[in-house]
Design a protein around this ligand. Structure first.
Ligand SMILES: NC(=O)c1ccc[n+]([C@@H]2O[C@H](COP(=O)([O-])OP(=O)(O)OC[C@H]3O[C@@H](n4cnc5c(N)ncnc54)[C@H](OP(=O)(O)O)[C@@H]3O)[C@@H](O)[C@H]2O)c1
Length: 339
């Protein structure tokens, strides 16, 4: 085996900035010391790491995780384990995907540290590009569709439908014969999604959107909506859905507080507003059940039934251009970084 590196080359965020452009151009690539590994930790040689909405919220200082700055961004990535603490030696040499949230390291670096509990071993047939986007979105979509199943829903609504969580939700719901109503915010995405197999697509900028949503949701007896947007969309969804339905908030893409919510819908119509957090969902799954789901998801990707769309791959040195490319066209697919 090659010598264990003592330093990493990483994207470094010197400070958070609400202004996204300033935050992005404030990132530099520099050297960091790699600290000694604790007994449950592994050192991963990064092969690919995506830019997700949580990374964007993070560098703006608007995410629920704030690392001490200067910090390395990147919550998710894939690579090969090159060193490990005493309890994690069995992972050395393994190809893994990881979701890390600790206050010291990020995946936008040629080497990053992860706790063994946050590592998923990749099947040989799963490439690093798909592996880099495995740990967060596919499991989130799985958890959301599971909620629909638990409520015996035959139809669901979701927004941010051009995104990657939504793509996994559509496919997983389709496998369970749950009908999906998709919401986008650009007219041109309607046809594009329909070509990908979506049956019902609404444009939230259509002047009759609320009415169309209400009649479709009631015709299909939608029982649950997955809301990645927040803002007024949450209230609009809850108001449009049939009685006793539920809106599950799992993202805050609008960047503003929930609005338009009619309190009487919750008080008198038995409607519910709840939240979904992947970290909590994973904690609540036993190790065995999580592994079962992991195999199921990896197999679906390997069999070509679903995948994360990748729009571009950038070197870490081109992080500014990479993040800019992603925010210009989020529905275009993930931007990945490689060392
Ligand atoms: N709660 C959890 O545990 C959890 C886990 C994973 C992901 N998430 C959240 O899930 C959401 C989707 O993530 P993703 O990785 O699927 O995203 P993605 O693939 O990067 O795509 C983002 C999608 O959101 C749309 N969008 C962005 N801002 C919007 C706004 N203000 N109003 C309406 N649509 C908007 C984009 O559409 P345009 O093309 O129109 O910009 C794009 O289709 C994010 O909020 C993410 O943080 C939450």
């Amino acid at each position: 085996m090659n010598e264990i590196p003592k330093k990493s080359r990483a994207v470094i965020l010197s400070d958070y900035n609400r202004n996204l452009i300033r935050a992005i151009i404030g990132m530099i690539v520099g050297e960091r010391d790699i600290p000694a590994l604790k007994k449950d930790e592994v050192l991963i040689k990064m092969e690919a790491a995506p830019c997700n909405p949580s990374d964007i919220a993070f560098i703006r200082g608007g995410y629920n995780i704030k690392k001490s700055v200067p910090a390395v961004p990147g919550f998710e990535g894939a690579g090969v384990v090159v060193d490990a603490g005493s309890n994690a030696k069995y992972l050395i040499g393994k190809r893994i995907s990881s979701f890390i949230q600790e206050d010291k390291d990020g995946t936008w670096a040629n080497y990053f540290i992860a706790n063994k509990k946050d590592c998923i071993v990749l099947k040989d047939e799963l490439n690093f590009e798909q592996g880099a986007c495995l740990s967060i979105n596919p499991f989130t979509a799985y958890g959301l569709v599971e909620l629909a199943e638990e409520k015996n829903c035959t139809a669901i609504v979701q927004n941010a439908s051009g995104g990657q969580v939504a793509e996994f939700v559509r496919v997983l719901a389709g496998l369970k014969e749950i009908e999906v109503v998709d919401i986008v915010r650009k007219e041109e995405q309607i046809e594009w999604l329909k070509q990908k197999g979506a049956k019902n697509v609404l444009d939230s900028t259509d002047e009759n959107f609320k009415q169309k949503l209400k009649s479709l949701a009631n015709d299909l007896k939608v029982g649950i909506a997955f809301d990645a947007v927040g803002g007024d969309m949450t209230g609009i969804l809850l108001n449009a859905l049939p009685v006793k339905s539920e809106v599950v908030l799992y993202g805050g893409l609008a960047g503003v507080s929930v609005q338009e919510l009619n309190p009487f819908n919750i008080i008198f119509q038995g409607k519910k507003l709840s939240g979904f957090n992947l970290t909590e969902w994973i904690e609540n799954k036993g190790k065995e059940e999580f592994e079962k789901i992991n195999h199921e998801i990896q197999d679906l990707i390997i069999e070509g039934k679903v995948k994360t769309e990748i729009q571009a791959i950038f070197k870490l040195d081109d992080v500014v251009e990479g993040v800019r490319t992603y925010i210009k066209s989020m529905s275009g697919g993930k931007v990945l970084f490689t060392a």
